[in-house]
Ligand binder design. Sequence first.
Ligand code: DAH
Length: 339
Amino acid sequence: MKEQLSEIKKVAEEHLKKAQSVDALEELRVKYLGKKGELTAILKGMGALSAEERPKIGALANEVREFLSNEIDQKKAEMAKILRDAKLKSEMIDITMPGKKQEIGNLHPLTKVLNEFTDAVIGMGFQIAEGPDVETDYYNFEALNIPKNHPARDTQDSFYIEDNIVLRTQTSPMQIRVMENTKPPIRVIAPGMVYRSDSVDATHSPIFHQIEGLVVDKGITMADLKGTLEALIKSIYGNDAVCRFRPHHFPFTEPSLEADRQCFSCGGKGCSVCKGEGWIEILGGGMVHPKVLKNCGIDPEIYSGFAFGIGLERLVMGRYGINDIRLFFENDVKFLKQF
Ligand code: DAH
């Protein structure tokens, strides 16, 4: 039995040397020290020994068991340390390295000013309406008192899809859509994209944005229109902004006006920004034409209303001193980052 024990120790030591993983070590533990292990078998067979031999062999067997058990534990601890060190090394963070900067985008200047505008009118009790970019001739022109062959159509060179289907040239068709579906009192704005077949230059783009405004109720007058527009202009350009109203003509409003803002660049003296005028046109508006009210089933004897249309790009250009409309649509990050 003595020889058997030293043989087990010798072989086990060889195995231990070769064991390269924690799992392999665990297998060795089972093989020698487990319930059915080789060493355990010897300990179990000790009953057959003489009283003299038993304590000697017992002591030797325990020695071998302790030796193997310690060796296995020690080697396991070494391996665990190696593994842990490797893991720590691979996961090491160099806190002296400069951080990776997250690029956070910002709102497009058109969106930013539109949001400010929307906030201002919502505070005045307006609601927001949205409608189709592809319109029928009826909504875009006819119902707005612009019949076929009316010269007003010439000023809005249009993209026709079919004879009676057009990319809307203005947001004014939203007046009709809202009035057809809503009983007065009405207070809405309708922002959106509009399309005209203009050639591109510093002040023209085939795609741009308008914001339409419409108020219909009993007793609405030109004074309401002027007061509302003045408050809106100040909300966009600040309380110092000076504006003036001029008579104008639109087929769907009577009387009609255009509003100008005193030139932000020269303060009204006349410069290249305002082309020597001292004033910059910012919107058109007027009292909704009785014919237009009638087209939508609203009785002009009972109700009156005002409407206005603002070009968003022009508003934003004036606000930030931008001198070329193309910048809005070129998606140059260097430009867009500034707002
Ligand atoms: N739709 C006009 C345009 O594109 C702007 C406009 C003028 C809108 C007068 C209105 C208005 O609602 O009353 O030139």
